[in-house]
Design a protein around this ligand. Structure first.
Ligand code: CU
Length: 221
Protein backbone atom coordinates (compact mmCIF):
# COMPACT_ATOMS: atom_id res chain seq x y z
CA UNK A 1 0.00 0.00 0.00
CA UNK A 2 2.77 2.35 0.95
CA UNK A 3 4.62 1.33 -2.18
CA UNK A 4 1.44 1.98 -4.10
CA UNK A 5 1.18 5.53 -2.80
CA UNK A 6 4.82 6.16 -3.56
CA UNK A 7 4.23 4.56 -6.91
CA UNK A 8 1.28 6.89 -7.54
CA UNK A 9 3.36 9.91 -6.66
CA UNK A 10 6.12 8.69 -8.88
CA UNK A 11 3.61 7.88 -11.57
CA UNK A 12 2.06 11.33 -11.32
CA UNK A 13 5.51 12.76 -11.64
CA UNK A 14 6.19 10.39 -14.51
CA UNK A 15 3.02 11.52 -16.30
CA UNK A 16 4.20 15.10 -16.23
CA UNK A 17 7.64 13.98 -17.29
CA UNK A 18 6.18 11.86 -20.08
CA UNK A 19 4.13 14.79 -21.40
CA UNK A 20 7.18 17.00 -21.35
CA UNK A 21 9.18 14.27 -23.07
CA UNK A 22 6.54 13.57 -25.71
CA UNK A 23 6.58 17.23 -26.71
CA UNK A 24 10.31 17.09 -27.22
CA UNK A 25 9.78 15.11 -30.42
CA UNK A 26 8.32 18.32 -31.91
CA UNK A 27 10.31 21.45 -31.09
CA UNK A 28 8.09 23.72 -29.01
CA UNK A 29 8.84 26.72 -31.22
CA UNK A 30 7.28 25.06 -34.28
CA UNK A 31 3.94 24.27 -32.65
CA UNK A 32 1.10 26.13 -34.33
CA UNK A 33 0.29 28.50 -31.49
CA UNK A 34 -1.12 31.98 -31.93
CA UNK A 35 -0.94 33.70 -35.27
CA UNK A 36 0.83 36.67 -36.77
CA UNK A 37 -0.20 40.06 -38.02
CA UNK A 38 1.36 41.42 -41.19
CA UNK A 39 1.38 45.09 -42.15
CA UNK A 40 3.44 47.04 -44.62
CA UNK A 41 4.44 50.47 -45.81
CA UNK A 42 3.26 51.68 -49.23
CA UNK A 43 2.65 48.81 -51.66
CA UNK A 44 1.50 50.83 -54.67
CA UNK A 45 4.46 51.49 -56.93
CA UNK A 46 4.89 53.40 -60.18
CA UNK A 47 8.04 52.18 -61.89
CA UNK A 48 9.80 52.55 -65.21
CA UNK A 49 11.16 49.31 -66.69
CA UNK A 50 14.39 48.43 -64.87
CA UNK A 51 13.44 50.43 -61.76
CA UNK A 52 12.84 49.05 -58.28
CA UNK A 53 10.53 50.09 -55.50
CA UNK A 54 11.06 49.20 -51.86
CA UNK A 55 8.81 48.88 -48.85
CA UNK A 56 8.84 47.22 -45.46
CA UNK A 57 6.75 44.34 -44.13
CA UNK A 58 6.25 44.10 -40.38
CA UNK A 59 5.33 40.76 -38.85
CA UNK A 60 4.00 40.85 -35.29
CA UNK A 61 3.65 37.76 -33.10
CA UNK A 62 0.15 37.21 -31.68
CA UNK A 63 -0.77 34.78 -28.90
CA UNK A 64 2.73 33.41 -28.46
CA UNK A 65 3.38 32.87 -32.16
CA UNK A 66 7.01 31.95 -32.62
CA UNK A 67 8.04 30.63 -36.03
CA UNK A 68 9.71 31.30 -39.35
CA UNK A 69 7.71 33.09 -42.05
CA UNK A 70 8.33 33.06 -45.79
CA UNK A 71 7.36 35.58 -48.47
CA UNK A 72 6.28 35.41 -52.06
CA UNK A 73 3.75 36.48 -54.67
CA UNK A 74 0.36 34.81 -54.40
CA UNK A 75 0.30 34.47 -58.20
CA UNK A 76 2.92 35.37 -60.81
CA UNK A 77 2.84 38.92 -62.19
CA UNK A 78 4.28 39.53 -65.66
CA UNK A 79 7.28 41.83 -65.80
CA UNK A 80 7.68 42.06 -62.02
CA UNK A 81 10.06 40.38 -59.60
CA UNK A 82 9.58 40.37 -55.84
CA UNK A 83 12.35 39.86 -53.31
CA UNK A 84 12.51 40.01 -49.54
CA UNK A 85 15.57 40.29 -47.31
CA UNK A 86 15.89 38.09 -45.35
CA UNK A 87 13.87 35.62 -47.42
CA UNK A 88 12.89 33.73 -44.27
CA UNK A 89 12.22 35.83 -41.17
CA UNK A 90 12.24 34.52 -37.63
CA UNK A 91 9.42 36.09 -35.64
CA UNK A 92 10.28 36.14 -31.93
CA UNK A 93 7.56 35.16 -29.46
CA UNK A 94 5.46 38.22 -28.54
CA UNK A 95 7.82 40.33 -30.63
CA UNK A 96 8.07 41.45 -34.22
CA UNK A 97 10.39 41.47 -37.19
CA UNK A 98 10.62 43.91 -40.10
CA UNK A 99 11.88 42.84 -43.51
CA UNK A 100 12.86 44.85 -46.58
CA UNK A 101 10.79 44.06 -49.65
CA UNK A 102 11.71 45.01 -53.21
CA UNK A 103 9.58 45.08 -56.33
CA UNK A 104 11.58 45.21 -59.52
CA UNK A 105 10.11 46.11 -62.90
CA UNK A 106 11.98 44.02 -65.43
CA UNK A 107 13.68 45.83 -68.32
CA UNK A 108 11.32 44.29 -70.86
CA UNK A 109 8.18 44.75 -68.74
CA UNK A 110 5.18 45.91 -70.71
CA UNK A 111 3.52 49.16 -69.57
CA UNK A 112 0.35 48.96 -67.57
CA UNK A 113 -1.01 48.61 -64.07
CA UNK A 114 -0.97 45.23 -62.34
CA UNK A 115 -2.63 44.11 -59.15
CA UNK A 116 -0.24 42.23 -56.94
CA UNK A 117 -0.78 40.09 -53.83
CA UNK A 118 2.07 39.36 -51.46
CA UNK A 119 1.80 36.20 -49.40
CA UNK A 120 3.32 35.78 -45.98
CA UNK A 121 3.18 32.18 -44.85
CA UNK A 122 4.15 29.57 -42.32
CA UNK A 123 3.17 25.89 -42.63
CA UNK A 124 0.08 26.79 -40.58
CA UNK A 125 -0.85 30.38 -41.37
CA UNK A 126 -1.29 32.40 -44.54
CA UNK A 127 -1.74 36.14 -44.81
CA UNK A 128 -1.78 38.43 -47.81
CA UNK A 129 -1.15 42.10 -48.51
CA UNK A 130 -2.42 43.74 -51.70
CA UNK A 131 -0.63 46.28 -53.82
CA UNK A 132 -0.17 47.50 -57.37
CA UNK A 133 2.73 47.93 -59.74
CA UNK A 134 2.15 50.46 -62.47
CA UNK A 135 4.83 50.18 -65.14
CA UNK A 136 5.37 53.41 -67.03
CA UNK A 137 5.53 53.44 -70.80
CA UNK A 138 7.81 55.73 -72.78
CA UNK A 139 8.73 56.26 -76.41
CA UNK A 140 6.29 53.97 -78.16
CA UNK A 141 3.50 52.06 -76.45
CA UNK A 142 1.04 49.66 -78.05
CA UNK A 143 -2.47 49.19 -76.71
CA UNK A 144 -3.95 46.03 -78.13
CA UNK A 145 -7.63 45.83 -78.93
CA UNK A 146 -8.89 42.27 -78.62
CA UNK A 147 -12.06 40.62 -77.39
CA UNK A 148 -13.62 44.10 -77.29
CA UNK A 149 -11.13 45.27 -74.65
CA UNK A 150 -8.19 47.66 -74.51
CA UNK A 151 -5.04 46.02 -73.09
CA UNK A 152 -3.56 47.50 -71.04
CA UNK A 153 -6.82 49.14 -70.02
CA UNK A 154 -5.12 51.80 -67.88
CA UNK A 155 -1.64 52.94 -68.77
CA UNK A 156 0.74 55.62 -67.51
CA UNK A 157 3.20 57.06 -70.02
CA UNK A 158 5.87 59.74 -70.12
CA UNK A 159 5.11 62.98 -71.94
CA UNK A 160 5.90 62.62 -75.64
CA UNK A 161 4.94 58.95 -75.87
CA UNK A 162 3.33 57.77 -79.08
CA UNK A 163 0.50 55.37 -78.36
CA UNK A 164 -0.64 52.99 -81.06
CA UNK A 165 -3.97 51.21 -80.81
CA UNK A 166 -3.69 47.93 -82.64
CA UNK A 167 -6.97 46.25 -83.56
CA UNK A 168 -6.52 42.47 -83.33
CA UNK A 169 -10.25 41.83 -83.51
CA UNK A 170 -12.23 41.10 -86.65
CA UNK A 171 -14.60 44.01 -86.05
CA UNK A 172 -14.26 47.81 -86.15
CA UNK A 173 -13.26 49.68 -82.98
CA UNK A 174 -12.33 53.29 -82.20
CA UNK A 175 -10.19 55.14 -79.68
CA UNK A 176 -12.33 58.10 -78.71
CA UNK A 177 -11.54 60.61 -75.97
CA UNK A 178 -14.41 61.05 -73.49
CA UNK A 179 -13.79 64.82 -73.60
CA UNK A 180 -13.28 65.23 -77.34
CA UNK A 181 -9.48 65.47 -77.20
CA UNK A 182 -9.12 62.90 -79.99
CA UNK A 183 -11.10 60.47 -82.08
CA UNK A 184 -9.41 57.84 -84.18
CA UNK A 185 -12.40 57.21 -86.38
CA UNK A 186 -12.88 53.62 -87.44
CA UNK A 187 -9.92 51.35 -86.77
CA UNK A 188 -10.61 48.41 -89.05
CA UNK A 189 -9.75 44.81 -88.23
CA UNK A 190 -5.99 44.19 -88.17
CA UNK A 191 -5.29 47.94 -88.57
CA UNK A 192 -3.84 50.43 -86.13
CA UNK A 193 -3.95 54.12 -85.26
CA UNK A 194 -1.44 56.28 -83.37
CA UNK A 195 -1.36 59.55 -81.46
CA UNK A 196 1.38 61.38 -79.53
CA UNK A 197 0.59 62.41 -75.95
CA UNK A 198 2.62 65.50 -75.12
CA UNK A 199 0.46 67.13 -72.48
CA UNK A 200 0.41 65.99 -68.87
CA UNK A 201 -3.01 64.82 -67.73
CA UNK A 202 -5.42 61.96 -67.28
CA UNK A 203 -7.30 61.01 -70.42
CA UNK A 204 -10.26 58.67 -70.34
CA UNK A 205 -11.49 57.20 -73.57
CA UNK A 206 -13.84 54.63 -75.02
CA UNK A 207 -14.80 52.84 -78.21
CA UNK A 208 -17.78 54.36 -80.03
CA UNK A 209 -19.42 51.08 -81.16
CA UNK A 210 -18.84 49.54 -77.69
CA UNK A 211 -19.39 52.18 -74.96
CA UNK A 212 -18.48 49.62 -72.25
CA UNK A 213 -15.04 49.26 -73.87
CA UNK A 214 -13.10 51.91 -71.96
CA UNK A 215 -9.55 52.82 -70.99
CA UNK A 216 -7.42 55.59 -69.58
CA UNK A 217 -4.08 57.17 -70.30
CA UNK A 218 -2.16 59.07 -67.64
CA UNK A 219 0.59 61.29 -69.01
CA UNK A 220 3.35 62.25 -66.58
CA UNK A 221 6.38 64.53 -66.92
CU1 CU B 1 -14.89 48.55 -79.77
Amino acid sequence: MLVGIVGFVITAGAIIFTLATSQQSVPVNSLPVGDFHATSTETNHVLSPGESGTFKIRIQSLGGFDADVRFGLNYPVSGVRFEVTPSIAKVPKDGEVVVDATLKALKDAKPGNRNITFKIVTPTFFHTINGTVNIIGAGKVVIEIGNIQFTPKNVTVKKGTVITWSNLDSIIHTSTSDRGVWDSGDIFAQKSWSRMFDEIGIYEYHCKPHPFQTGSITVIG
